[in-house]
Design a protein around this ligand. Structure first.
Ligand SMILES: C[S@@+](CC[C@H](N)C(=O)[O-])C[C@H]1O[C@@H](n2cnc3c(N)ncnc32)[C@H](O)[C@@H]1O
Length: 215
């Protein structure tokens, strides 16, 4: 897996090899990626008619798995700054016969108007950002969420170095502690709904809501 400095003014570790990434996920989940994605979707609970954004969507697997849940009146958008990962995501969506829009953009500068989405998801992306950029990303996510809109963040609770083994060799950058994810989420003005371990590869999730929905 090749990592390189960002080709953007905003920092972050971009990935550039969609095939290598999908292989890495397959190995890390021992071929059970589909079940991991379903577990994530059961937490985020995308509903028919909703507009959903996947930030740092990578090769688009989660965005594509989301599409049937929002139905014909819903919409799914994936955003990632890596042109190569997005090309892989578009190929995968075409093969799956589902309609998902993929947009080249970093989490810190989302090219969407305020209050555009009912649900934002971001899985395994935050640890790719340096600390100051994490706050910027969360503020952007908050901006594009509708009042009452939900955010689901999933990331590694401890570093792959601590886990050792194959995952460490394939995945050699950082983590975001659960307490930091919670701090970032509440610091951006979102309210925590739920948080906990995913019981897969030391993954941790935080589910939050944007305040201000009418009763
Ligand atoms: C480990 S992958 C996760 C991909 C996908 N979300 C998943 O669950 O498989 C991290 C992704 O974050 C992307 N990334 C890096 N910097 C980013 C940034 N500033 N904003 C959004 N995504 C970024 C990388 O290009 C990569 O596709």
């Amino acid at each position: 897996m090749s990592h390189s400095p960002p080709h953007l003014p905003l920092p972050g570790i971009l990935l550039h090899s969609p095939r290598a990434y999908d292989l890495q996920v397959w190995l890390a989940t021992r071929g059970r990626e589909r079940s991991l994605r379903e577990t994530i979707l059961n937490l985020a609970r995308p509903r028919p008619g909703e507009a959903v954004l996947d930030v740092g969507c990578g090769t688009g697997t989660l965005a594509i798995a989301t599409r049937p849940r929002v139905g014909p009146d819903g919409e799914v958008v994936g955003a990632d700054p890596s042109a190569e990962m997005l090309a892989g995501a578009r190929r995968k969506a075409r093969r799956s016969g589902v309609e998902v829009s993929f947009v080249q953009a970093p989490a810190q500068a989302l090219p969407f108007p305020e209050r555009r989405f009912d649900l934002v998801m971001s899985t395994l992306m935050l640890h790719h950002l340096p600390r100051p950029a994490r706050g910027e990303a969360l503020r952007e996510i908050r901006r594009v969420l509708k009042p009452g809109g939900r955010l689901l963040v999933v990331d590694f609770a401890s570093s792959s170095k601590q886990q050792g083994g194959l995952l460490h060799r394939l995945h050699h950058h950082g983590r975001v502690k659960p307490a930091e994810i919670l701090e970032l989420v509440t610091g951006a003005g979102l309210e925590r709904l739920d948080a906990g371990a995913l019981s897969v590869r030391d993954l941790y999730y935080v589910l939050a809501v944007a305040p201000g929905a009418e009763a």
